[in-house]
Ligand binder design. Structure first.
Ligand code: FES
Ligand SMILES: [Fe+2]
Length: 361
């Protein structure tokens, strides 16, 4: 399906953010990842469990059921399943056959997030998760803060495409965090298997409108280095470094601020996805001010992506070919890598090397 080949939707053999860690407690949480319904909870020992969310008796959602200790009891006829998926009780009969069970899925807590793997369980290697040191959550003196969770009515790749091409800041976010200079400097790209990143260095440009209104920077023009590191299939770690411009009379080139943002995009169904957004900042940052100023920015991205989904629907999901320009190198590369990951699953003999972080902070 667009923008991939017919029949290609999302790689299954991958870690996806399914929730922020703090969202998972002693109440069942229902999420869907690549059409796989899940019932997620925190066990009494603090570990996480992810059970298939469809009761195998009459398909009732297990996430809308009850937790008894670490056992999920279906809210329809009361079948009970342990955290290993085994059926342990059927109220209407004396014995629960050993063969009655629900699937379970690997789930790990890493950084601010819980990550689930709905593909082949024997391939679920935690070493494939983004390194916390590499994304700046460890070792840089920054603290992570989950800010937003959205369920979005568009295919996940539209939000990936949004994050692959940050020239949109100049226009979609032109009244908030963007200025024209977000689209004009050349983009530096780097890649390795399963990973592609971009960086733009913006010199002596006006302070973006929202920061100007809030008086965030004590100067009229700034230098900005803005990068986005995309860990496929759907985790994007952004970095922004702000400095006084070289022409500043008192503090030429001096750093002003530095922050990280994290966008986790997870395919739920072919035309819906989840969006978890977080930041990492130092102790001088005003997190609540960031929440207030970045909320409308994320809403603008969601607005654009949902509108594009509606547009695609007018063409029965098969829109005319797109115009491609020099600035589309990252979207082209990212889509190509994703298609290769999906092709490897359709044809397992094709081996695809995946990005392995050097350290897992
Ligand atoms: S549907 Fe779950 S016990 Fe009947
Ligand atoms: Fe955006």
């Amino acid at each position: 399906m667009y923008p991939f080949r017919k029949g290609s939707f999302a790689p299954r053999n991958a870690w996806y953010v399914v929730a922020f860690g703090h969202e998972i407690g002693r109440a069942l949480l229902g999420r869907t990842v690549i059409n796989t319904p899940l019932a997620i909870y925190r066990k009494e020992d603090g570990g996480l469990a992810a059970l298939d969310g469809r009761c195998p008796h009459r398909h009732f959602p297990l996430a809308k059921s009850c937790l008894e200790g670490d056992v999920v009891r279906c809210g329809y006829h009361g079948f009970a399943f342990g955290s290993d998926g085994q059926c342990v009780d059927i109220p209407s009969q004396a014995h629960a056959p050993r063969a009655f069970r629900v699937a379970t899925y690997p789930i790990v807590e890493h950084g601010l997030w819980a990550w689930v793997w709905v593909g082949d369980a024997d391939k679920a290697d935690p070493a494939l998760l983004p390194s916390l040191a590499e994304i700046g959550l460890v070792g840089e003196g920054l603290t992570g803060h989950p800010l937003f969770f959205h369920q979005v009515a568009c295919r996940y790749q539209l939000l990936n495409d949004n994050l692959f091409d940050l020239s949109h800041l100049a226009f979609l976010h032109g009244t908030s965090i963007g200025t024209l200079e977000n689209a004009t400097p050349p983009e530096e790209l780097s890649k390795r298997p399963g990973f592609v990143s971009s960086m733009r260095r913006i010199r002596n440009a006006p302070v973006p409108p929202v920061m100007h209104r809030l008086g965030v920077y004590p100067t009229e023009t700034i230098d900005r280095a803005m990068g986005m590191e995309s860990y496929l299939p759907g985790f994007h770690a952004g970095i922004t470094e702000v400095a006084y411009p070289a022409s500043h009379p008192q503090s030429p080139g001096e750093p002003i601020s530095r922050n990280r943002v994290y966008h986790a995009i997870t395919p739920a169904t072919p035309r819906t996805c989840y969006y978890h957004f977080a930041v990492a900042v130092d102790e001088t940052a005003d997190v609540e001010r960031m929440r207030a100023s970045l909320g409308p920015v994320i809403d603008e991205d969601i607005f654009a992506s949902v509108e594009i989904e509606k547009m695609i629907d007018l063409y029965d999901g098969d829109p005319p070919p797109e115009l491609m320009v020099k600035g589309d190198r990252k979207p082209v590369e990212g889509r190509r890598m994703l298609q290769t990951m999906m092709a490897a699953e359709e044809c397992p003999s094709t081996s695809v090397a995946r990005s392995r972080p050097t350290a897992n902070g």
